[in-house]
Design a protein around this ligand. Structure first.
Ligand SMILES: Nc1ncnc2c1ncn2[C@@H]1O[C@H](COP(=O)(O)OP(=O)(O)OP(=O)(O)O)[C@@H](O)[C@H]1O
Length: 262
């Protein structure tokens, strides 16, 4: 007998639209986006600069309000999901507080919510262990490499143990090898925690390596050109990047990107 899941998708968007007023007119940042994401997926958003990837994340995070369409996070309005701490957000720049050490940075969200000191310390240490930085809790951001700083910001985003993690080009500024290592670490963390990740990237290989599905967007006004399922075996490894299937999927995404540019 087939089991039918009654759980709502963790993200459900229908005909989502975002139009920004600009002097002398308007910018259509996102047009008619429809997408459903199940719990535990790893979704990458890829598309040309200005196609609305960050806007889509900001809509999901309730940082801007859509001008049309529907959007639900775990069956809730984004404002409710935000209050219920349903997601963590990792930005392109780590945005750490220079005057706070690593532990204090990770504890900050819990401190703002008045969690007791012992609870927030224990939770922050657990998250630092998850990202492999338990030995650096007393270090200050300026004492860490760019990759380590981004791991701290991932630990901070996970402090509330949210089911969803939004990541906006988190590794874009890092060198290729650091980026590949962090990709592997992120996949380990994703497997161990069962989180749903929505990840913005400009890199086709990064999207293929990380994702269960890749959402390909068109040039402005940003629309979804296609959704590519990545059927590469898990866990992914360095060998994954050399497989024939990896190149086939990368080519499929490249063709969709070209179509969206035309
Ligand atoms: N607050 C705003 N007011 C006016 N226009 C905006 C605003 N936010 C975004 N836009 C415009 O919406 C479009 C989409 O921007 P967005 O940052 O979502 O693109 P993106 O795909 O993330 O780009 P990139 O890959 O370069 O980061 C752009 O043309 C941008 O200028």
């Amino acid at each position: 007998m087939t089991q039918v899941s009654t759980k709502p998708p963790i993200v459900s968007i229908r005909d989502l639209q975002m139009v920004f007023p600009v002097p002398g007119g308007q910018t259509v940042a996102l047009k008619d986006a429809t997408l459903s994401i199940e719990q535990g997926e790893f979704i990458s958003l890829i598309g040309p600069s200005g196609c609305g990837k960050t806007t889509l994340l900001r809509l999901l995070a309730d940082l801007v309000q859509p001008t049309g369409g529907e959007l639900l996070i775990a069956g809730q309005a984004p404002s409710v999901a935000r209050q219920n701490r349903q997601y963590g957000y990792v930005f392109q720049a780590p945005a750490l507080m220079e005057w706070r050490n690593v532990l204090q940075n990770v504890m900050l969200p819990l401190q703002l919510m008045n969690h007791p000191v012992a609870t927030r310390q224990a939770r922050a240490r657990e998250m630092l262990k998850l990202v492999g930085l338990e030995k650096f809790e007393r270090s200050y951001p300026w004492q860490l490499s760019g990759g380590m700083q981004q791991r701290v910001s991932i630990a901070r985003a996970l402090a509330f143990d949210p089911p969803l993690l939004f990541m906006d080009e988190p590794f874009g500024a890092l060198d290729e090898i650091t980026r590949e290592n962090l990709n592997l670490e992120l996949l380990r963390l994703w497997r161990e925690t069962g989180k749903t990740v929505i990840f913005v990237t400009h890199s086709i290989p990064e999207a293929v390596f990380l994702s269960t599905r890749v959402v390909v967007m068109t040039a402005r006004p940003g629309k979804i050109e296609g959704i590519v399922k990545v059927d590469l075996p898990q866990p992914r490894s360095d060998e994954t990047r050399e497989s024939v299937r990896f190149f086939e999927i990368a080519t499929e995404i490249r063709e969709l990107l070209k179509k969206g540019h035309a």
